[in-house]
Design a protein around this ligand. Sequence first.
Ligand code: MF3
Ligand code: CO
Ligand code: CO
Length: 267
Amino acid sequence: MSVVIKNREEMGKMRLAGRLAAEVLDYIAPYVKPGVTTGKLNDLCHTYMVGVQGTIPAPLNYAPPGYKPFPKSICTSVNHQVCHGIPGDRVLKGGDALNIDVTVIKDGFHGDSSRMYPVGEPGIQARRLAEVTYECMWRGIVLVRPGAQLGDIGAAIQAHAEQHGFSIVREFCGHGIGRKFHEEPQVLHYGKAGTGLRLEPGMTFTIEPMINAGKPGIRELADGWTIVTKDHSLSAQWEHTVLVTESAYEVLTVSAGSPPPPPGIAS
Ligand code: MF3
Ligand code: CO
Ligand code: CO
């Protein structure tokens, strides 16, 4: 098994899938308000993906080895939930920090992206954590170019998070993506510069740091999917799907509503 290099035509399909994933994140933003349930957000996204976009929600019934099928179409992770939260009856309240993670399949290719959504007025720590996590993702993205190594990306993300007193979740990482939801390589959000796989044009993968306000430890809930921080500290995540181009990178999960890169970071 090795890293799949996408050709021109496949890059075009990845670009479309990426934009569509981002557009689901745009679409759902106005519905994220105190009083809404995560299940309602799921149903709205599902209907939009299937009915408006003609995309397939990749999470629905996704069942990697050792997991039971994921029962919903998006992941919703609130406050100390790190990732893979299952939408349901939970009612969002003012001050919650929500991550919505969307993966669509269009014409056989996957686009995968997540954003943080403050519910009402976020607390100061939640706001700062989401902001630093966004910066971490971008500090990784801007290093993407042919010849760079995966360890360069991990090291930059880790250094920025730890500078702010936050910690990196180790058990989950970014991933190659294409015809498969999760393929090689694994893109760690920590590590050592000058180590790891060398990037080549045509590679597509996600960068999706999960960062905790407290200790890095996590545990899985009895539902078999939801990951939470062991110490109940807040956790945040952002995710983009990127393409290695001939000269640098292209972010594939962009849409009209994508937040801009942090000031002073992108080339
Ligand atoms: N979208 C997640 C990722 O970024 C994976 C979710 S798997 C699911 O890799 F089954 F929980 F949806
Ligand atoms: Co992903
Ligand atoms: Co995702």
